[in-house]
Design a binder for this molecule. Structure first.
Ligand SMILES: Cc1cc2nc3c(=O)[nH]c(=O)nc-3n(C[C@H](O)[C@H](O)[C@H](O)COP(=O)(O)OP(=O)(O)OC[C@H]3O[C@@H](n4cnc5c(N)ncnc54)[C@H](O)[C@@H]3O)c2cc1C
Length: 313
């Protein structure tokens, strides 16, 4: 099978990410079929899947693992069957949202303005104030690392806040269950969601969205931070903690990367920035929050690096 379906391998291939910086892949493949994808898994069971690169930082010296981009038609097609949608993992989420809204199908409009592939949105359980991807998922399909096909129904997927528990799989498609709705209010809702995002986040500068997850804190701290009674452990905004710890505007020593003045959980980059600058900033910001509040922030951004034993950030 391997020889018949051998994928073409590009060497020292740039990895496009929304940070617009970072190292290359020693080897990159764009499989044209599920058989080619399985051949990739034969070559490197520890391969990495590149989605839209919107939540990804690649360390400056790149990565040795085979990187697989699911951007060929076999993995990007989308079919609508009533309110059920079958979307390839490489399909573009913003386009899918627009098309669903145009057809009068509700369920994804709360994710307006989130850059992602369908596979990346499922893996990260992308979402925010107006919803999460998991709520629209009916089932996912893909391969395990041994190349065996896997299909999981929604209830068998341990979705949680910005988490799917599916990182051991290579997703090839997602089935979505949407709801018929009147297109006009849906369009308005999508516009409102996108306007909110533009108002509150630095959408015009290269970034990976929020770099840290919103942490769960104990009731006392939640109450102190939010000035309202907390009855149990609660997630609070990492951006708010970073802001109160004085992180806005913090710059990397090498220049090129800084914490946005607009939203303290966004690291934005300028040309010439290095991945190390972003990592350095994340380390410093995290330390400030730890010193100020005793809260250890967990990265949301995925970092690919050559030496996985190195502790980052
Ligand atoms: C301007 C901006 C705003 C953002 N706003 C939000 C927001 O509001 N809410 C939010 O949740 N996120 C936000 N993000 C982050 C990002 O959009 C999401 O995390 C998104 O889900 C990433 O999808 P992706 O396809 O780009 O994945 P990538 O960044 O390419 O990859 C992320 C992870 O998913 C894995 N992966 C991707 N595809 C597959 C697959 N088919 N099979 C297996 N693994 C796969 C990758 O290996 C990697 O581990 C924002 C990012 C930017 C740049």
């Amino acid at each position: 099978m391997l020889a018949l379906h051998a994928p073409q391998i590009e060497r020292n291939a740039p990895i496009p990410t929304w940070f617009a910086i970072g190292g290359a892949a020693d080897r990159l493949a764009r499989p044209a079929s599920p058989d080619e994808l399985r051949a990739c898994l034969d070559l490197d069971p520890d391969l990495r899947v590149l989605g839209d690169g919107a939540n990804l930082l690649v360390d400056d010296d790149g990565i040795p693992n085979l990187v697989v981009a699911l951007n060929q038609p076999a993995f990007t097609s989308v079919t609508f069957d009533g309110s059920r949608v079958h979307a390839g993992a490489g399909a573009n989420l913003p386009k899918l949202i627009l098309e669903s809204v145009r057809r009068g199908l509700a369920g994804l409009e709360g994710l307006g303005g989130i850059p992602a592939s369908v596979g990346g949105a499922a893996i990260m359980n992308a979402g925010g104030t107006f919803g999460q991807f998991a709520d629209a998922v009916h089932a996912v399909h893909g391969f395990d690392r041994a190349g065996r096909p896997v299909s999981l129904a929604r209830n068998d997927i341990p979705f949680d806040y910005r988490r799917s528990g599916l990182n051991h799989l290579v997703l090839t498609a997602v089935e979505l269950a949407l709801n018929p709705a009147d297109p006009a209010p849906l369009r308005d809702r999508l516009k409102d969601v996108m306007a909110y995002k533009k108002r509150t986040q630095p959408m015009g500068e290269p970034s990976a969205g929020c770099v840290f997850k919103n942490p769960t804190v104990d009731p006392d701290l939640a109450e102190r931070l939010e000035h309202k009674p907390a009855d149990g452990p609660r997630r609070v905004s990492a951006g708010m903690l970073l802001d109160r710890a004085g992180c806005k505007g913090l710059r990397a020593e090498g220049g090129g990367a800084r914490i946005s003045d607009f939203h303290a959980n966004f690291v934005v980059t300028e040309p010439g920035a290095r991945a190390r600058d972003v990592i350095d900033l994340m380390r410093r910001a995290r330390q400030r929050v730890l010193d100020a509040f005793g809260v250890s922030l967990e990265p949301e951004v995925v970092i690919w690096r050559r030496n996985p034993t190195e502790h980052l950030p």
